[in-house]
Write a protein that binds this ligand. Sequence first.
Ligand code: IPM
Ligand code: MG
Length: 353
Amino acid sequence: MDANIVILPGDGVGPEVVGAACQVLEAVAHTGGHHFHYDEHLIGGCSIDRHGTALTDDALQACQAADAVLLGAVGGPQWDNPTAAVRPEQGLLALRKGLGVFANLRPVKLYPSLLDASPLRPERLAGVDMLVLRELTGGLYFGQPRGRSQDGEHVRVIDTLEYHDYEIERIVEMAFQLARQRRNKVTSVDKANVLDSSRLWRQVTVEVHRRYSDVALEHMLVDTAAMRLVASPANFDVIVTENMFGDILTDEAAVLPGSMGLLPSASLGSGGPGLYEPIHGSAPDIAGKGIANPVGTVLSAALLLRHSLRLEKEAACIETAVEQVIASGRWTADLGGKLSTAEMTAAILAALN
Ligand code: IPM
Ligand code: MG
């Protein structure tokens, strides 16, 4: 197969982990006789420095025309001025919106050999295997009006949590479909005791559930969900929730396996290219040191092969290789190991063959 993949390394450790994932993609292409064409663009702080904007129209158009997009991370302290008009994160949000990728899949699974790396006791972790489905193009991240204004002698700010029924319907529908391929349970997380947006979320979820009555549905308030994620994480199968709740809960869920560096994500729309990125950030404290864990991005590349290129066998091979390497105790520093990014990548490549 021939495929066009846009590569957006971004800032911080982004280029290091994306470089690792590209090596893995190339190895898989070589074995399977595929031809992947890579087109690299800037996003985030590096794009601001070069072009004055976190994502150029050129870069967005290249992404829209691609088969899939692989992204590293954006942001860093040098672009963190809270009053700056341009911010690295704007590039990521514009990309998600511009690709229409409303569904962010964040699978959380455990590696038995890493149980000690988790802050939770092993008995709490037994059976943890969940998929968080985060709505990605609505809610507080995009709602209007927003911004600061002067209100007499005070400063006033507004963010708007906005959803249309159809935005809720399509993500919840996807949650039920994904649950059917798993353990058949959906937990819809909201704050329906306080927010109107959550009351609509719950209402639409109940309506969609009529078409998926074979799937178990529970509603959970977001504060309860935050508590249950650490108290009884194995009870979750598919969690579906709005954008900001999903952002927060997935960082929390990411500590269960022992390191955020392990977790991949896929962002999908209805048709069009998917966007694949690790869930960790740009980690400026370790950027350039060659010690970042490449696994989250390598597994994101596996999701790219599965969801955008329909190369299931190749995706599964990468996941098995990663499992083997981790099981054999070869770990990067975030997991308490000694391997550099390059050594971890080499170990994964060796396990592929
Ligand atoms: C994530 C990140 C982003 C988000 C930031 C970098 C804008 O935290 O992908 O979870 O909040 O969506
Ligand atoms: Mg986040």
